[in-house]
Design a protein around this ligand. Sequence first.
Ligand SMILES: *[C@@H]1O[C@H](CO)[C@@H](O)[C@H](O)[C@H]1NC(C)=O
Ligand SMILES: *[C@@H]1O[C@H](CO)[C@@H](O)[C@H](O)[C@H]1NC(C)=O
Length: 368
Amino acid sequence: MRFLQFSCLCLCLCGCTMTIKWEEEVEKKLLEYMSHSSTTGNEAEFAGVVVKDLEENGWTVYKQTIPGTDRFNVYATYRNSDPKHVKVLLNTHLDTVPPYFPPTQDEKNIYGNGSNDAKGQLAAMVTAAIIISNTDEDVARALGLLFVVGEELDHVGMIEANKLEILPEYLLVGEPTELKFGTIQKGALKVKLTITGQAGHSGYPDSGSSAIHKMVEVLNDVQKFQWPCDATYGDTTYNVGKITGGQALNAWAAHCEADIFFRVVTSVKNIKDLLAGLVNGRANITLLSSNDPVILDVPPIEAELDQVSFNTDIAYFDAKDKVKGKYLFGGGSIKNAHSKNEFIPKVELHQCTSTLVKLVHHLYSNHH
Ligand SMILES: *[C@@H]1O[C@H](CO)[C@@H](O)[C@H](O)[C@H]1NC(C)=O
Ligand SMILES: *[C@@H]1O[C@H](CO)[C@@H](O)[C@H](O)[C@H]1NC(C)=O
């Protein structure tokens, strides 16, 4: 098959020509990328490293500055190809959550902040793009690479990137999904329940009413309720992440609040309505924030599928409903991202790269 011809990638390094297996190349690239700090807000120096890497490999880079800052998004096409009309857009983010720590590695894994979220995805995308441009220039010309700032905080990079008016036929966003393609990016609904009670001496039940006791009943109902679930899109899940209330052990609680975070597979409206019906006036419900789920596409290659319960830049890409296919995919696991144990298995870094090469070829030929 055509896309297998990259088993050996010839690269010119330091002026001397040598043959490096692309598996080694993507590992080296990730370690290099991780040696530059790029916590949210401080992406500029690292973004410059990525720009240099792309330019040295024949990619034309457009730097898009976030107004009023030194931060910029990186958008690249191959040898001046039309930036607005790429067929396939690969996107991930440049920033990582603080604090910064340099990478380490052993036989199996590369460790450190950003190893899977998302510099592993970035290294795989750049390596895949180089493999493609070294083997099939027409395919490379149909490919765009968009690397944005600010994903971990306020999505300012992707929001700004919409001004580039890129309208691809296919979009793939790189995040650590354990090499499974997301069928859905679950939505989010954050609400606060508030109950007002009446203070009084806790030895005398008639002297008041406890907002905490009432809240316990409401939350018990929330836990017993059969929230919507779906074979493809997964279960609605929730977390009562914070409860506050009460004045003293010997007083009925005059006030109680509980914050609940729902991961939504149907729609925000659906969950809001179900919650309102369940609570039925026993608590006041305040909406803190919400966003609807994004239904993703199944790729035209054999792949494992899964549901994704974290927020990504996909929801912020304005043209997401105009594309023929949108995918969420990457190596490493969200379960250790943002933690002191963050890592990416080297084998997943390799597989992520080869899957990207294979998928881009498929999407390109679907078009022809
Ligand atoms: C909801 O808020 C109103 C207005 O503040 C208050 O009168 C009412 O007691 C609250 N409902 C509950 C169940 O606490
Ligand atoms: C980043 O990695 C270091 C070292 O492993 C760790 O101490 C720190 O907690 C990590 N940062 C975050 C945000 O988890």
